[in-house]
Design a protein around this ligand. Structure first.
Ligand SMILES: C[S@@+](CC[C@H](N)C(=O)[O-])C[C@H]1O[C@@H](n2cnc3c(N)ncnc32)[C@H](O)[C@@H]1O
Length: 235
């Protein structure tokens, strides 16, 4: 009997935003895995949230590279670590920031694991996204009526960003950290900004929320909501 691997969404930072289903999955797991960036010294972000619910000796850290060829290699290494107890029928939880089905390392890990342990059960417990928390903190809405909601990573390149900003409704931008000078210009250039919300390190002690965009480099944990005026409505 192979085991179960559950991707558990921890929400964006505040332990109070982990769902009850998430806490239950973490507490029932034989082992809880936590992704840690290879550049992180000391406690990782997911580990910090986890510490509210799981004793540190039940947490196994999995190092992940954010960029370069090491990135995919780290998913494969992590999958090999997880595959072993999974083959033995383990009940495993992988903790991930925000929601496990939204730009999460869990998706890549789960794919690798499915190749290594065919037949293993893989599922997820949804989590509060950074975009939801930012809308709440900034007192805005993500979308209403017939408006579309588009989520783009700033790392996706000019074309993807330009297409999103040429559209309608609301654009949420993730992974903006190193791209804010360029982003601020691009967003201004639309001439169609109805409202902006910017949030960094949401749900943590260092949280900051504003209604304008930063000009320079920002923390990796930064999110922007741009509500656009209708196409054709300039000024
Ligand atoms: C790899 S994605 C993870 C997204 C996450 N799975 C979610 O559902 O929100 C990382 C990006 O999520 C956003 N993010 C995650 N946590 C955040 C936080 N506490 N404050 C602001 N942005 C956050 C940032 O845009 C960051 O670059």
């Amino acid at each position: 009997m192979t085991g179960t691997l559950t991707g558990v969404g921890l929400g964006p930072g505040d332990p109070k935003l982990v769902t009850m289903a998430g806490v239950e999955a973490l507490q029932n797991a034989d082992t809880v895995y936590a992704p840690v960036s290879v550049t992180t010294e000391g406690e990782g972000f997911a580990e910090k949230i986890l510490s509210a619910y799981v004793a540190p000796e039940r947490v196994v850290r999995l190092p992940f590279a954010l960029r370069g060829p090491e990135r995919e290699e780290s998913w494969r290494d992590a999958a090999r670590v997880v595959a072993e107890p999974l083959r033995d029928g383990g009940r495993l939880a992988f903790a991930t920031i925000g929601d496990p089905n939204t730009y999460s390392t869990f998706t890549y890990l789960a794919r690798e694991v499915a190749d290594l342990v065919p037949g293993a059960a893989v599922d997820t417990v949804p989590g509060v996204t950074a975009a939801s928390l930012l809308a709440s903190r900034a007192g805005t809405v993500l979308c209403e009526h017939d408006e579309p909601l588009t989520i783009v990573p700033a790392t996706a390149g000019e074309d993807v960003l330009d297409r999103a900003l040429a559209g309608e409704g609301t654009v949420v931008i993730y992974k903006g950290g190193r791209h804010f000078d360029r982003l601020a210009e691009k967003i201004e250039a639309t001439g169609r900004v109805r409202e902006i919300a910017f949030g960094t390190r949401l749900g943590t002690e260092g949280e900051s929320v504003s209604k304008s965009l930063p000009q320079g480099r920002e923390h990796y944990l930064s999110t922007v909501i741009v509500r656009l005026k209708e196409n054709g409505a300039h000024g």
